[in-house]
Design a protein around this ligand. Structure first.
Ligand code: SF4
Ligand code: SF4
Length: 466
C-alpha cells in the first residue's frame, strides 16, 4: 500500500468571506461556524474554521461561491500539484473487489403496434433500456420527450430533474453516469451547444450518457423548424479536445425507439456518451411503433463510483495534469474511437444494388428520398437510397462498394452540406479517389427537401445516365 498523504486543509480568507453560510452547511465535520465578530475589512460576519476538527475533505471549497473565501491549501514540504488519483493516496477498504453485474433482458408482453411521435418513441426506448434518470432543460422541438419523462419517471421510482440550465443538466449526467447508472437528456440545437463542455468532460472521464438532440434551424436561436444543422457539431466538434461519440440518425419513430434503446447499450459498452440526432420533423412526426420483445434491467459496471464500500476505490476524473499521462490517455481514447469506427458502422440501403443514381440521405430527408427513389424507378431511372444510420462513424464500408458502381451521387440534406462533408471525408480516408459526379439538394433554415424536388433534379439529368 502506498504512503498515505495528509490532505491539504482549506485556506480561509475572512476578508473575502460574504458570510453566506454555504460552507457551514456543506461541512460534514462541523468545523465551520459563523463568527460572532464582524470583520473590520469586509464589515461582514465571516466564518471561522476549526483546523483541529477539519479533515481536509474540501467540500466547503466546492460550496463556497467566492473565489478567495475558501481555497485549497497546500501540504507543507514536498507537496506538488497532482491528479486526484495520486493526491489522496490509496483508499483502503476491506470490501470485496467490485465485479461487473451484467444487464438482464426481461420479456415484454406482446402488444399491438401503436402510433406515437418521434420524441415519445425516443423516451420509451430509453425507459425500455432501463434509464430511470433524466436531467434536462426543455427546449422546442424536443420538449415533449422531456415532458413524458417528467410524467413517467416518478412513477417508476426514477429521478427527473429539470436543471437550471443545460450546463447544469450535463454535469448532473456526468455524476449519474459516473455512478454507473443509465441517464439521458432531450435537447435541441442551441441547448446542445451549451452542453458541449460537459460532453467533453464525460468523454475524457469515460462516462456513459445518452443525448437526444432534436435539431432545429440555426445558427443562433434560429427557429423551431426541422434541420440537420448539428451534424458537423456532433461529428467534428463535440466539445474541446479530440472528442468523438457515436452519432445515430433515426428516420422514423420506430427507429427513434430502437436506436434510443441501443444507444444506452453502446454508451456503456464503450464508456462514452452517445448522441441521437433527430430533426424537428421526426420529433413531432407520428408513426407506427412496435415494442421490442425484451426490455433491459441494467446491471452495474465494476468501474462505477456507486457510493458504497465495494466501489470505494473507484474514481472518475477527466483531469490529467502530467503531459505524458494525458498523451497516453488520449492514445487510449483514440484507440477506442478506432474500434468504434470499425465495429459500429450502421446503414440501410433501398434498391441500391443496380443503382445508377445513389441518393444519400438520413433522418426525415431519407423518407423523402425513399419516395423519390420509387418515383424515379417508375420513370425507368435506376435510383437507390443509401441511408447512414450512424453519421459518426460514417458507414463507409457499406458505401464504398456502391460508389464504384454508381454514375452519380445526390446528397439530400437539411443543412449546408454537412452530411456531404462527412461522406467525402470518409471516402477520402478510405482511399477512394475515383468518384462519380456528386450533386446536392440542400435546404437550411427549418425547411426540408421535398420528394418532388429530388425527382425533378435527378430526372433533369437523365441524359447523363443513359
Ligand atoms: S475541508 Fe471538509 S472538514 Fe474541513 S472545513 Fe471544509 S468541509 Fe469541513
Ligand atoms: S461559503 Fe465562502 S463566502 Fe460563504 S460563508 Fe463560507 S467562506 Fe464565507
Amino acid at each position: 500500500m502506498g504512503k498515505k498523504k495528509e490532505r491539504p486543509k482549506p485556506i480561509l480568507e475572512q476578508e473575502y468571506c460574504k458570510g453566506c453560510g454555504r460552507c457551514v452547511l456543506a461541512c460534514p465535520k462541523d468545523a465551520l461556524h459563523i463568527s460572532s465578530d464582524i470583520n473590520p475589512i469586509s464589515g461582514i460576519f465571516p466564518v471561522e474554521l476549526d483546523y483541529e476538527v477539519c479533515n481536509g475533505c474540501g467540500l466547503c471549497i466546492a460550496a463556497c461561491p467566492e473565489p478567495y473565501g475558501l481555497r485549497a491549501g497546500q501540504l507543507e514540504g514536498e507537496f506538488q500539484l497532482e491528479d486526484p488519483e495520486k493526491l489522496f493516496g490509496e483508499k483502503p477498504t476491506t470490501a470485496p473487489k467490485p465485479v461487473n453485474i451484467p444487464d438482464e433482458f426481461l420479456d415484454l408482453p406482446v402488444a399491438e403496434p401503436f402510433v406515437i411521435k418521434g420524441t415519445y418513441a425516443g423516451a420509451i426506448g430509453a425507459l425500455l433500456a432501463g434509464c430511470r434518470h433524466f436531467f434536462g432543460y426543455p427546449i422546442t422541438p424536443s420538449t415533449e420527450g422531456t415532458e413524458l419523462m417528467a410524467k413517467v419517471l416518478p412513477k417508476l421510482d426514477g429521478a427527473f430533474i429539470q436543471a437550471v440550465s443545460e450546463v447544469a443538466a450535463v454535469n448532473m449526467m456526468y455524476g449519474c453516469g459516473g455512478a454507473g447508472l443509465p441517464c439521458m437528456t432531450f435537447t435541441s440545437s442551441p441547448g446542445f451547444s451549451l452542453m458541449l463542455e460537459g460532453v467533453s468532460y464525460m468523454i475524457s472521464a469515460q462516462v456513459p450518457g445518452v443525448f437526444i438532440n432534436i435539431m432545429r434551424g440555426g445558427p443562433g436561436l434560429g427557429n423551431i423548424g426541422p434541420s440537420q444543422s448539428d451534424l458537423k457539431l456532433v461529428c467534428r466538434g463535440l466539445g474541446h479536445g479530440n472528442t468523438h461519440a457515436i452519432a445515430l440518425a433515426p428516420s422514423t419513430p420506430q427507429e427513434m425507439l430502437d436506436l434510443s434503446m441501443q444507444a444506452f447499450q453502446l454508451s456503456f459498452k464503450y464508456r462514452n456518451p452517445v448522441v441521437i440526432l433527430g430533426d424537428g420533423y421526426l420529433g413531432q412526426m407520428t408513426g407506427p411503433v412496435k415494442l421490442p420483445e425484451k426490455m433491459i434491467k441494467p446491471g452495474l459496471p465494476e468501474w462505477a463510483v456507486y457510493g458504497d464500500e465495494q466501489h470505494r476505490k473507484n474514481l472518475i476524473a477527466s483531469i490529467k495534469l502530467s503531459e505524458p499521462d494525458l498523451e497516453q490517455h488520449n492514445v487510449m481514447l483514440n484507440e477506442k474511437y478506432a474500434t468504434i469506427g470499425k465495429n459500429e458502422q450502421r446503414s440501410a440501403s433501398f434498391q441500391c444494388d443496380d443503382a445508377d443514381v445513389l441518393i444519400v440521405a438520413c433522418n426525415t430527408p431519407a423518407q423523402m428520398a425513399k419516395g423519390a427513389v420509387q418515383g424515379l424507378r417508375s420513370r425507368g431511372i435506376k435510383a437507390g437510397l443509401f441511408r447512414p444510420i450512424t453519421v459518426w462513424p460514417f458507414p463507409i464500408d457499406a458505401l464504398k462498394s456502391l460508389v464504384t458502381k454508381a454514375k452519380k451521387i445526390v446528397v439530400v440534406e437539411a443543412s449546408n452540406g454537412q452530411l456531404e462533408d462527412e461522406m467525402r471525408l470518409a471516402l477520402s480516408h478510405a482511399g477512394i479517389e475515383k468518384l462519380p459526379i456528386i450533386e446536392s439538394i440542400r435546404h437550411f433554415g427549418g425547411v426540408l427537401p421535398q420528394m418532388n424536388e429530388i425527382i425533378e433534379k435527378v430526372s433533369a439529368a437523365e441524359e447523363v445516365l443513359s
